[in-house]
Every structure is written in C-alpha cells, then in structure tokens.
Design a protein around this ligand. Structure first.
Ligand SMILES: Cc1ncc(COP(=O)(O)O)c(C=O)c1O
Length: 367
C-alpha cells in the first residue's frame, strides 16, 4: 500500500495539470459548432427566423397525441420505423427498401457523410447553401470543395475534384432559388460519387428530383416534415433512393433513431395530404403578397420556391434592419458571412404576422 502512494499522487497530479482539451480530438477542437436560429422563450415575438410553418400540423396529429397509449413508452420503438417507411413508399410509388427515416433530415445528412465518404475523399457543396454542410464535413474531418454560386445565387457547374459526396439543397437555402431538375440530373449522371438532393422545401416548389432518386444509383433525395408539415418539433426526416444506399445508412444509424411518438405523429401527418396541400397553398399565397409588398418598399427579393424570402434592403444595412426589427419584437435571420451579410432571410408567417412585419418596416423606413 505504502509503496503505491507516491505513484498515485503523480498520476493525480498529471490529471490535474493536463488540460482537458488534450483529450478532445484535434479536428473537434478546431471546428465551431452549428449555430441554430434563435428560439426565444417569449411568446410575444413574431418569429420569422427559422422557416417553421406558421400553421398547426394536420388535425390527426393532435388526435394521436391525445390518444397515445403511454404504456407504449415503456418499450423501445420500432427500430426501423417499418410502418412509416411503408407509408412513405406508398406515397411515392416505391418500395420500403427505398426509404429510411431519421431524427430530422439533419440526422440523415450526417449519416451520409459517414457512409459515402472515405477518409481521403472530400465533400462538395455550393456557397451559399445550408450552413450545416461545412459543419458536418468538419465533424467527419474531411476537406470540403466549395463551388461559389453566381452573383444572383444562380447555378454554377459544381467543382467535385476528390469528392465522394455532393450536398445540393434544392430549392437552396438561404437563397430560396430552385435548380431545374434536368440540370441536376445531368450533374448526377456525370458525378462518380453520391449526390444528396436536400429537398427540405420541395413542397413549396414547382419542381423536384424524386425521379432521380428512384432511377439513378447514386442519388438520395432527403425530405423533412419540419417545414411543409409543420412538425419541426417532432424531428422527422427521410431519404429516398437506391436500396443499396438506403441499407448502408440503415447499418450505421442509431438503433432507435426515431421515437415512438414521432413515428405515430408523422404517420398521421403524412396520411392527410389534403391538409398539406391546403397549408402549402396558404403559405405560397402569403409568400407572393410579401414579395410584392417588399418590392414596393424597395427591397431586392430573390425569387423564392420555399417558405421564406431572401431579401436585400436598399435603404439601410441588413444588420441594422435586423436589430430594428428585433427591437420591435420581430425576429428574422441575418447571416454574417461576407457573401450574404447584405441580406435578411424572412420566413413566411401568417397573414397577420406579415402585416405586422410590413407595418414595422414602414415605421422603420420613416424614422
Ligand atoms: C436545406 C435544409 N436542409 C435540412 C434542414 C433540416 O431539416 P430537419 O428539421 O428535418 O433536420 C433545413 C432546416 O432549416 C434546411 O434548411
């Protein structure tokens, strides 16, 4: 006993004196984490900053919540969400083997970086695009190849040297612009690696790439219930594609990646396609009205195929306008990256919320 004491003391000293950072992977130390849009605690704020749907989810979702048998929570959920995959396959005219569901589409995007990129490969995406892509690449600890979009955020031929994976948000965020599916097809056919077509906003758009996912062996279309189905809080995303790609993702996902309540609520939402169509067309009508009103107030507005508008104020700096709106309890999104710092991203809210926004903008302009 006595002989071991000095040794233990040395070890204790070493533990105290070596900084905890030394135990963290160098790549994790270097990276910065994803910065989500603010989720304010106050209900008084008009929240137009994270592209949530301003309308409630389909009525069947509330019924599921009310009637949910709490005894089911004792047990683990279905590990592969089989009924939900069957339902999605039915909706899109494919097989359950073409479908995986995840804890939001963010989880599926992360799985793709692990399944389809070798350690000596890279991940490609456009700039600007979904700000999570570079973070996921940092987590995966591989280099990125960034293709700058044109001055008006239009398509540029992607640079893909050394890439095993290309992440393509279509419609794009934060611009809201959509890329023609024929052009996406030509790119996917020419690319050796896997293309993720991230269709988080597809239900608000005129075009989509589902056919590519079901026809080409290297394309996954990823969608979410967070936006058009008004269910960001339950975290449900899914991917459609070739069974080989899907089963690769199945192998590496968390065993129980979608909880039981989410599986049940998502199923109720997907079952009510009439409600989806009605909600989406309400949002699109408000989007058109907001675009016109902002143009009348001298904003440059990027044509949107999503539930948000990317706009450039011409009379005041974007960061100042963001702050002035914040003072009036209206929250929009401002990104500080050089490429987009002159813009604000405004989610399409209810008509009342948009009226309040327009009143505030007029008030700020006249002050
Ligand atoms: C382009 C894009 N993809 C994916 C997501 C994430 O969706 P989910 O809520 O399903 O994780 C978002 C969310 O804002 C997004 O803008």
């Amino acid at each position: 006993m006595g002989a071991r004491l000095p040794f233990d003391l040395i070890r204790m000293h070493e533990q105290v004196s070596s900084p905890p950072e030394r135990r963290i992977k160098a790549s994790v130390q270097r990276m910065s984490g994803y910065v989500p849009g603010e989720q304010p605690a106050s209900a008084d704020i008009i929240k137009l900053n994270t592209n949530e749907n301003p309308y409630p989810p389909a009525p069947g979702v509330a019924d599921v919540c009310h009637d949910f048998d709490l005894d089911k929570l004792r047990q683990y959920p279905d590990p592969v969400s089989a009924p939900l995959c069957d339902q999605l396959a039915g909706l899109y005219g494919c097989h359950a083997e073409n479908v995986i569901v995840g804890n939001g589409s963010d989880e599926i995007l992360a799985l793709c970086t692990r399944a389809f990129v070798e350690d000596d490969q890279k991940i490609g995406f456009f700039d600007p695009s979904y700000s999570l892509y570079p973070i996921l690449s940092d987590i995966r600890d591989v280099p990125v190849v960034v293709t700058p979009l044109g001055d008006a955020f239009e398509w540029r031929e992607p640079v893909v040297d050394g890439c095993g994976l290309f992440m393509l948000a279509n419609p794009n965020a934060p611009s809201g612009l959509s890329i023609d599916s024929a052009r996406v097809r030509a790119f996917c056919e020419a690319f050796e690696g896997v293309v993720i077509v991230d269709e988080a906003y597809a239900e608000f758009a005129d075009d989509h790439c589902l056919a590519l996912a079901l026809e080409l062996p290297n394309v996954l279309v990823v969608r979410t219930l967070s936006k058009s189905y008004a269910l960001a809080g339950i975290r449900l995303g899914y991917a459609l594609g070739h069974p080989a790609l899907i089963s690769a993702l199945m192998k590496i996902k968390d065993s129980y990646n979608v909880n039981a309540l989410t599986q049940a609520m998502a199923s109720a939402a997907l079952a009510d396609q009439d409600y989806l169509v009605a909600t989406v067309s309400r949002v699109k009508a408000t989007r058109a009205r907001l675009q016109e009103a902002l143009q009348a107030l001298d904003f440059d507005v990027v044509p949107s195929q999503t539930n948000f508008l990317f706009v450039r104020p011409t009379h005041r700096r974007a960061d100042a306008l963001f702050a002035a709106l914040r003072e009036r309890n209206i929250l929009v999104r401002h990104f500080t990256d050089e490429r987009v710092c002159d813009y604000l991203r405004i989610s399409v809210g209810t008509d009342d919320e948009i009226d309040a926004l327009l009143r505030a903008l007029k008030d700020i302009q006249s002050s």
